[in-house]
Design a protein around this ligand. Structure first.
Ligand SMILES: [Zn+2]
Length: 216
């Protein structure tokens, strides 16, 4: 089973990918991680990528394709892949299809964790933590029993992450839409796109993903 997992920051993609890895022994193939690992390991593709990056240039699709090919070849028999952050463009989507086909594999599902942007803004901008013990709270969903006092340690100081603000969340959503816009229609046309409500409880999201994987 090979899938692409899509979702904007805050949709819980990392958690769901981790669960797929744990439950199904799948391998998460994130291009950034693959690139760093290949450079570090000094593989032929890694050396090529290193030279390109040192020259201040972007790593070409050709190099990324070679990296993905290497990673797929390194999978155990029957081990599935979760593509993360790739493909981003129509030509990359086409390459991925070819890379898989040349190994007798197919892309089974493209699963998008769908979010309601306004609800996501509320979820992210409302969160804060106790400055002393780190317990997490939320303005709407999880207030301390006594306002201004941490339930766990009795502390009175709380902090918010500077990037948990509306502008950042909306900018990230726009970036996400721009990144996925070129590839979603391609996979829609193939009938392999499924959407899961990323605003639901994490376990419910996992169950919905499992149901999609079982449909094959
Ligand atoms: Zn505390």
């Amino acid at each position: 089973m090979n899938i692409i997992l899509l979702g904007p920051p805050g949709a819980g993609k990392g958690t769901q990918a981790q669960r797929l890895v744990e439950r199904h022994g799948m391998k998460q193939l994130s291009t950034g991680d693959m690139l760093r690992a290949a450079v570090k390991a000094g593989t032929p593709v890694g050396l090529k990528a290193k030279a390109v990056m040192e020259a201040g240039q972007l790593v070409s699709d050709e190099i990324v394709s070679a990296l993905i090919g290497d990673e797929l070849d390194a999978l155990a028999a029957g081990q599935g892949a979760i593509f993360d952050g790739y493909p981003r463009t129509a030509p990359q989507a086409e390459s991925l299809g070819e890379i898989l086909a040349s190994r007798g594999k197919v892309l089974d599902h493209v699963i998008e964790l769908d979010v309601n942007e306004d609800a996501l803004v509320e979820r992210i901008t409302g969160r804060y933590t106790c400055a002393t013990c780190g317990k997490g709270y939320h303005d709407t969903f999880e207030k301390p029993a006594v306002e201004g006092t941490c339930d766990k340690c009795g502390g009175h100081e709380f902090k918010r992450r500077p990037d948990d603000n509306e502008e950042t969340v909306r900018t990230r959503m726009a970036e996400y839409r721009a990144k996925t816009a070129p590839i979603l229609p391609i996979y829609e046309a193939q009938g392999i796109v499924s959407r899961v409500n990323g605003m639901a409880d994490m376990d419910d999201v996992t169950a919905a993903i499992e149901a999609i994987l079982g449909k094959r």
